[in-house]
Design a protein around this ligand. Structure first.
Ligand code: URA
Length: 422
């Protein structure tokens, strides 16, 4: 087998054989296929697509490149959630302990933010003492004891994906649905969850700007999950406006704790409950209403135990940024648009995210939102508060926010986009 014949097959719109796929994924992971060869193949896949059978085999080959975790010895069923990423998407934080409080174990392997979307691990690291890196044994112990664990994926899980994703990132080949679906699902299947709920985001702040593409990605991932014995469902959810009233690490932890305390912004609560219901149903638990666990304190109790089990102090004050800058409404009327992408880039530039993998994030940096689309606003009232430790970043963040909101005359009809689109 050689890389050139595999590249030519896909370049000429052919279907790769199982042997070709197994060989090229394995040889690339071992360093026998060069980066330039794999990037040519990734581009051919982006341009010419893959059949369902090819995507399935590609996913199998990525899973086979590393270890598989096994939660079958746990005393309760497992369910996980994956979001394709958005702005202010802190849902994993309240969701994992909420689902655990309803009797389903949540092994949530999460990532860090890159670009304008935040990362769950960066958010939780704002909590003094909290550790993202756990051994497999520690992870299992927290899962058995608390019912939920949120931690970094170990290096052993789908190493082929780690290498290929880094290559796609620098070769303009991220946006290929077969490659995105196999990348996400190989990690989730290798992780060993029994059920999986996918939150596929659509809108300016999401990876998928277009509903038809998001639907195709969702269907491809659901099919992969089901074919690999994981009960998988997907929701298409809106990411044209930031979720909730915060984007930034400590700011989002604070908002998540408000949700766990029975309050918090309506959109965050709605999406948390919708995903929790899907996770419980996929795990076969039909007699629990997650809204009760938010009201009666059971979810908050699971959160506190989960944070403490990973070295965090759930009572410690959260870090705050040293400097703030307020953006006010230029006129009175109805806020009709607040662009998720603009707010995400601003939070990133203020220091909540990183431009390169090795950069540190600022725990207190980000954007606080004082009005959401549909709200009436008065000229001069605060719309956003920007937070950072490095005030020289304010101008750079304000540039990202230019043109990111619209205010229409009072009385203008406004039709809100539903959070759960499908
Ligand atoms: N997230 C992943 O894990 N993989 C992709 O290809 C895209 C997003």
């Amino acid at each position: 087998m050689d890389a050139i014949s595999v590249i030519r097959t896909k370049r000429d719109r052919g279907e790769l054989t199982d042997r070709q796929i197994d060989w090229v994924v394995d040889a690339y992971t071992r360093g026998e296929v060069a980066d330039e060869q794999m990037s040519a193949l990734a581009m051919a896949i982006l341009l010419n697509g893959m059949t369902a059978a090819e995507i399935n085999r590609w996913t199998d080959a990525m899973i086979a490149s590393g270890e598989r975790m096994d939660f079958s010895g746990l005393s309760r069923p497992t369910a996980d959630k994956h979001s394709t990423g958005g702005v202010g998407d802190k849902i994993t934080l309240p969701l994992a302990p909420l689902v655990a409080a309803c009797g389903v174990a949540v092994p949530q392997l999460s990532g860090r933010g890159l670009g304008h979307t935040g990362g769950t691990l960066d958010k939780l690291e704002a909590i003094p003492g909290w550790r993202a890196l756990l051994s497999n044994d520690e992870m299992l112990a927290v899962l058995e004891d608390v019912g939920a664990v949120i931690c970094a994926a170990g290096d052993g899980l789908a190493p082929a994906d780690k290498k290929l994703y880094a290559l796609r990132d620098v070769t303009g080949t991220v946006e290929a649905i077969p490659l995105i679906a196999s990348s996400i699902m190989s990690k989730k299947i290798a992780e060993g969850t029994g059920a999986l709920v996918l939150d596929v985001k659509v809108g300016t702040g999401a990876f998928m700007k277009d509903l038809a593409d998001a639907r195709e990605l969702a269907r491809t991932m659901v099919r992969l999950g089901v074919d690999h014995g994981v009960r998988t469902v997907a929701l298409l959810t809106d990411m044209s406006t930031p979720l909730g009233l915060t984007a930034g690490n400590a700011l989002e932890v604070r908002e998540s704790v408000e949700v766990l305390a029975g309050g918090g912004p309506a959109d965050v609560v709605e999406l948390t409950l919708a995903l929790a219901r899907e996770m419980l149903a996929a795990a076969g638990v039909t007699d629990k209403d997650p809204a009760d666990a938010l009201k009666n304190g059971a979810a908050m109790d699971a959160w506190r135990r989960m944070i403490a089990a990973q070295g965090g102090d759930p009572d410690a004050p959260l870090p705050t940024a040293r400097e703030t800058h307020v953006v006010t409404a230029a006129e009175s009327g109805v806020l009709t648009r607040l662009d998720a992408y603009g707010v995400g880039v601003a939070a990133w530039r203020l220091g909540a995210g990183r431009a390169r993998k090795e950069e540190a994030v600022q725990a207190g940096a980000g954007v606080e939102i004082h009005a959401k689309p549909g709200d009436r606003v008065t000229a001069g009232q605060p719309l956003l508060t920007l937070h950072t430790d490095t005030p020289e970043r304010f101008d750079y963040a304000l540039e990202a926010l230019a043109g990111s909101h619209d205010i229409a005359a009072a009385g203008t009809a406004f039709a809100p986009t539903p959070i759960v689109i499908d």
